[in-house]
Write a new protein. Structure first.
Length: 403
């Protein structure tokens, strides 16, 4: 038996080939080992025989930087376009109702497994997943997808901060004990500016090894109003929770300016949603490295509003993509997020959308050593997107993972 018996190569070409950073020249061939390890990208003339010529676009696998896999059993349960506060109240009540009605754990775990399967089918290779519980652990340890687990904590009352942190650290420990991955694949993170006290922010920022942190940022105008004045629609949320927040009269600052000083230069902060992020918010200098995650289909589901993508691009912001949860989205599909962005922001080039979905996401989740681009030695997954027209996605575009 010769060497070729053990090292089987696959060769791919398509109408378009995206490398993870840019569109390759026409006729370029991607060569991988059978396990998807990238060997080379070559001109067709140098690639030899046996090239699989495919219609559509070849791209590295997609990175979903923001998901709530543990909410997968809530698919289709919450009404659309109710606004942020009513959505949050519905999620809280939905979690409680599931417990009160005795929904079997097997149903929740089946929904989690099904949601992960759908992400695999849709070409996703890595996920930044928000965890309030350890319900997703059983599925994740099977190793079908790469995960960065963001263990989320919240608590707006200063005195409860140590207890809130302790509860989150317990879940953190469950993940750390179950994984054979580096501890860097797990972070302890704040939920949102309106649900975390200054004391709890400080404890999170100083948690050992907490280099990559994420937060739900400026998801609505009501969030910024509440942080500035202590007034507005968010008061209904605390009433629903039975919390007395009469002590809070606002900081006089929009939410982003209020929490950024808690974090450090050597930390990366992944800001998710950014629906009400404005020019003044982006004037912030110093502090943590910022990255902005867009989840447009969830934004449309919850409020019917979208972030100002043009503003973020003008300021040179680093952008990645997420799906949010099946409680706030009809699917977990990064291609669908790109299609929505392309529809509403048609001047954004396809290769920029793809960069947000691949190499940018891999870099932010600190997985760019293996994912995100067709670089030699990496195993980023090979995904074919069908239904392209003139280099753009169409309504019928679908993603199919080849490796």
């Amino acid at each position: 038996m010769g060497l070729q018996t053990y090292i089987k190569m696959r060769k791919f070409s398509a109408d378009y080939l995206f490398t993870g950073r840019e569109m390759a020249a026409e006729g370029t061939v991607l060569i991988t080992k059978d396990d998807g390890t990238v060997e080379a990208i070559l001109p067709a003339a140098d690639a030899g025989e046996g090239v699989e010529a495919l219609p559509g676009l070849l791209t590295p696998g997609f990175v979903n930087c923001h998901c709530h896999l543990e909410l997968s059993h809530m698919k289709g349960l919450l009404p659309e376009k109710t606004g942020m506060v009513d959505f949050l109240i519905s999620v809280i009540r939905g979690r409680g109702t599931a417990t009160a009605q005795g929904e079997e754990m097997s149903q929740i775990l089946t929904a989690i497994a099904g949601a992960e399967e759908s992400m695999l089918h849709n070409g996703i290779v890595a996920v930044g997943d928000i965890c309030n519980t350890s319900l997703t652990l059983k599925q994740k340890v099977e190793g079908r997808l790469n995960y960065h687990n963001f263990i989320e904590t919240m608590g707006f009352i200063e005195q409860t901060a140590p207890d809130r942190l302790e509860a989150a650290v317990k879940i953190f420990g469950e993940f750390a004990g179950a994984y054979s991955l580096p501890i860097a694949a797990i972070s302890l993170v704040p939920h949102a500016p309106y649900s975390v006290s200054p004391r709890l922010f400080g404890l999170i920022a100083n948690f050992p090894g907490n280099q990559l942190i994420t937060i739900h940022n400026q998801e609505s105008q009501a969030e910024n109003l509440f942080c500035q004045t202590g007034q507005g629609d968010f008061l209904r949320l605390y009433q629903a929770l039975g919390l007395d927040i009469s002590f809070f009269s606002g900081s006089g600052q929009r939410s982003m300016a209020g929490y950024l000083p808690h974090f450090y230069h050597n930390q990366t902060l992944l800001l998710v949603h950014n629906v009400d992020t404005r020019e003044e918010d982006l004037a912030w200098k110093g502090g943590p490295d910022l990255c902005f995650c867009l989840c447009p289909n969830a934004n449309l589901y919850i409020s019917g509003q979208l972030p100002d993508v043009d503003l973020l691009m003008r300021h040179g912001c680093r952008i990645v993509l997420g799906t949010d949860s099946l409680a706030s989205n009809h699917q977990l599909d990064i291609l669908e997020e790109m299609k929505t962005l392309q529809h509403h922001f048609p001047l954004v080039p396809t290769e920029i959308l793809l960069r947000w979905a691949t190499s940018n996401g891999a870099e932010v989740l600190q997985m760019d050593g293996i994912l995100g681009a067709f670089d030699m030695g990496k195993q980023p997954g090979v995904v074919l997107v069908s239904g392209m027209e003139e280099g753009k996605f169409t309504k019928r575009s679908k993603a199919h993972r080849l490796i």
